[in-house]
Write a protein that binds this ligand. Structure first.
Ligand code: FAD
Length: 315
């Protein structure tokens, strides 16, 4: 049997694509992955608590709860969901081939919605069973406005544009934001550096690294080391944000789809089309700019509509 649409991934992009494809009677199959990219089925939102910016939930909703609801909605319209990771695809001819540990099959169209994984340094105190999501985060836009960070000192780790952006954003809420960077020069563009330097709430700790994050139920202090003098210092702080980049989960494509140098799938602007006709990409695996659940969902909708259009024009 050749599937009409195979959706790879399980975040907001994948499930929105599944809901649209299923409601268009395309009988989609969705591979939600099994700890693919180190993330449980349901995607990045399963690693967070309150989601307060997804429309429709004025009181906020827990990330795992939101994803469970999306999954149910996909199933309600007949999506077949397998808890398997797609290990490889062969896109050299249509129908395309795909393979998991348990099965292989053929697909007329494929929607890649495998997301990205935020990088985190291995700093004591920041792990999943420690203070991760108890003040330690990798997304300022998502978590910065939480009451726990209001008028408190915060730390941002990184030296690129996103670190500058996140620090600047956090100054709306924090009393002060320290940017910790290992080198004595930033990687960020000049304009972003200038903006951060001009912000009186931002202080740079160049040639420093974070040694540990400590606290009981939430972050209380951050210990840093000056890499030149080896001197250590502890600061009171309510939060620490990693802004050291993301890794898109696109390795399984084996270079058959055009990506940028970091591995993000390149799509035709304003669409979800990749360089291979019939293969579409949605969500964070092709978006290094917005990285939000709602933008991922929006592009998942686009991918399903584009796949439907492709199927009706290629028999
Ligand atoms: P993802 O959510 O990245 O999910 C992709 C899924 O695909 C993963 O489960 C992965 O395991 C699976 N997968 C990967 N490879 C394969 C494969 N080969 N086969 C099968 N499955 C595979 N956004 C907001 O809008 N609001 C928030 O409050 C918010 N909070 C956040 C908090 C944290 C801690 C983080 C990390 C992110 C947060 N975000 C938030 C961002 C949001 O989670 C992402 O933008 C969104 O989840 C991206 O969705 P996606 O559909 O691209 O895929």
């Amino acid at each position: 049997m050749v599937e009409n649409v195979v959706i790879i991934g399980s975040g907001p992009a994948a499930h929105t694509a599944a809901i649209y494809a299923a409601r268009a009677d395309l009988m989609p199959v969705l591979f939600e992955g099994f700890m693919a990219g180190g993330i449980a089925a349901g995607g990045q939102l399963t690693t967070t608590t309150d989601v307060e910016n997804f429309p429709g939930f004025p009181e906020g909703i827990e990330g795992p709860d939101l994803m469970e609801r999306m999954r149910k909605q996909s199933e309600r319209f007949g999506t077949r969901i397998y808890s398997e990771t797609v290990n490889s695809v062969d896109l050299s001819q249509r129908p395309f081939k795909f393979k998991t540990d348990e099965r292989e099959g053929l697909a007329k169209t494929i929607i890649i919605a495998t997301g990205a994984t935020a990088k985190r340094d291995n700093v004591p105190g920041t792990g999943d069973k420690e203070l991760w999501q108890k003040g330690v985060s990798a997304c300022a836009v998502c978590d910065g406005a939480l009451p726990m960070f209001r008028n408190k000192p915060l730390f941002v780790v990184g030296g690129g544009d996103s670190a500058m952006e996140e620090a600047h954003f956090l100054t709306k809420f924090a009393s002060k934001v320290y940017i910790v960077h290992r080198r004595d020069e930033l990687r960020a563009s000049k304009i972003m550096q200038d903006r951060a330097r001009a912000n009186p709430k931002i202080e740079f700790l160049y040639s420093h690294k974070v040694v540990s994050v400590d606290g009981g139920n939430s972050v209380e202090q951050v210990r840093v080391e000056d890499l030149k003098s080896q001197e250590q210092k502890t600061f009171p702080a309510a939060g620490l944000f990693f802004a050291i980049g993301h890794v898109p989960n696109t390795g399984f494509l084996g270079g058959q789809i055009e990506t940028d140098e970091q591995g993000y799938v390149i799509t035709v602007p304003g669409t979800t089309q990749t360089n291979v006709p019939g293969v579409f990409a949605a969500g964070d695996c092709q978006d290094k700019k917005y990285r939000q659940a709602i933008t991922a969902a929006g592009s998942g909708c686009m991918a399903a509509l584009e796949a439907e259009h492709f199927l009706s024009s290629h028999h």
